[in-house]
Design a protein around this ligand. Structure first.
Ligand SMILES: C[S@@+](CC[C@H](N)C(=O)[O-])C[C@H]1O[C@@H](n2cnc3c(N)ncnc32)[C@H](O)[C@@H]1O
Length: 435
């Protein structure tokens, strides 16, 4: 897709970045339809070319003097402290990062793309995995606001929410393993770093859009709750760099991978989904957990195999945990035990397990078609035609709805449900063919 002129603000910010510890070579900011800003190859690039380097001292972390000066309680999260810092600086023309801030998406832009701001009826129609992520996001944001609001009395909840979401969508995961403890502009290195300790905002780097390239879709690993941070591939003790992963022609968009994220995660955290995503998966917990007897739940908990069951479109389709639970549901317990203990690869039982899975997926496929009807009805202009779904679980009470659905919101929701339908139907067809 063609790269469009970025506009004055972006050129000014790029010049500022070059004077403030950011080395940029062969790339430039540009606009892309449907993705906001991104990075374009400004000349032909070779695999391995260093494209951008940001010095550690140009990062914004809780140890940056401009953040430290607020003396926020260290008992508050780093996400919250960064959001509070950005909110306090928001109206200041003298802030050192005023030019950077001018190129971020607007609050209005976020209202369209981020499910956090969507009307309640749209939130209730999100896939369950996305609803759960949204509820977690809301809980974290509310807690940060509760913990920090008394130290930022001039800041409204609405501004704090915006800057908190700026931090979510533009922050890098930074575990600074090699850094000396002594440097005053760097966070103290702790023995054990928690994900929350590892936030860093990174000027110019946050122009890169995401693709799934570089993901390792290992079907044996079910997706754990991923970090809500943009993860860049290359970092060293001097700062962050991005190196070309392949050759690029001038004019092509250059992406990075934010991590092995499903489309439900990308939708809630970043407000978009990929058309094709090697890392996509859908959870099967809602389908499988109700089938378990209490004694089976005990066995699975004891073995560490309770919940977190996922389906992908690559063989063996159902992840290792799902393969295990399906064995417990369909076979004598000793066959399940042998599989879990890895004393048997389970191949002789695969046919029976697949047949059971096929039945479950056919039922799921019918439910998805019903949901798709509900989502399509939302975009139907006549309000009498709109049906509220009784099949979808209720929205967690903490979600904050706004206004009525926009066309963009309808479109992305519909596209996501069609993707889920296609994942399930692809596996149904594959299992039918192999049986
Ligand atoms: C780190 S910022 C990237 C720069 C951003 N596009 C901008 O306009 O400033 C992350 C945001 O970019 C957008 N984005 C990133 N990758 C995308 C993609 N592949 N397709 C659509 N939007 C994308 C999402 O809005 C996301 O919240």
């Amino acid at each position: 897709m063609a790269a469009l002129d970025p506009g004055e603000d972006h050129l000014r910010f790029a010049d500022w970045a070059k004077d403030h510890g950011v080395t940029i070579d062969g790339i430039a900011p540009a606009q892309f339809v449907g993705r906001g800003m991104g990075i374009v190859a400004a000349k032909d690039l070779k695999e391995g070319d260093l494209l951008v380097h940001v010095k550690n001292t140009s990062l914004v972390t809780p140890a940056s003097p401009s953040v430290r000066k607020h003396k926020f309680s260290t008992n508050t999260t780093i996400h919250g402290r960064l959001a509070a810092h950005l909110a306090l600086e928001y109206d200041s023309k003298d802030s050192e990062h005023a030019l950077w801030r001018a190129v971020w998406p607007s609050q209005e832009g976020f209202r369209t793309i981020l499910p956090y701001y969507w009307p309640k009826k749209m939130q209730t129609l999100l896939p369950r995995a996305a609803q759960d992520l949204l509820s977690t996001q809301q809980t974290k944001l509310d807690k940060d606001w509760r913990d920090l609001s008394s130290s930022i009395p001039s800041i409204s909840k609405s501004l704090f929410t915006y800057t908190w979401l700026i931090v979510s969508t533009r922050t890098f995961y930074w575990d600074y393993p090699d850094l000396p403890n002594s440097h005053p502009r760097l966070p103290r290195k702790r023995n054990v770093l928690k994900p929350d300790d590892c936030y860093a905002m990174c000027p110019f780097m946050d122009y890169f859009n995401h693709t799934d390239i570089g993901c390792d879709p290992d079907a044996k690993l079910c997706l754990a709750q991923p970090l809500s941070l943009t993860k860049l591939q290359v970092k060293n003790k001097d700062g962050y760099s991005v190196t070309a992963d392949r050759d690029y022609k001038a004019g092509e968009e250059v992406y990075v991978s934010y991590g092995p994220h499903t489309n439900d995660f990308l939708l809630v955290e970043y407000g978009f989904i990929l058309e094709s995503n090697k890392c996509d998966a859908i959870p099967l917990d809602l389908v499988i957990l109700p089938l378990l007897k209490p004694s089976q739940v005990d066995v699975l908990k004891e073995d560490g195999f309770h919940g977190n069951y996922t389906l992908t479109t690559t063989t063996p389709y159902a992840c290792h945990r799902t393969q295990a639970v399906l064995r417990l549901l369909t076979l004598p317990e000793r066959r399940y035990a042998a599989f879990v203990a890895a004393s048997d690869d389970g191949a002789v039982d695969q046919h029976r397990v697949n047949a059971y899975l096929l039945d479950l997926l056919k039922q799921l496929s019918r439910q998805i078609m019903d949901t798709l009807e509900d989502v399509s009805a939302l975009s139907t202009p006549d309000p009498d035609n709109r049906r509220r779904s009784k099949r979808i679980s209720t929205t967690p009470s903490t979600l904050i709805p706004t206004s009525s659905p926009s066309k963009e919101q309808n479109d992305i929701l519909l596209r996501r449900w069609k993707q889920i339908r296609d994942i399930v139907n692809t596996v149904v067809t594959a299992l039918e063919t192999s049986s």
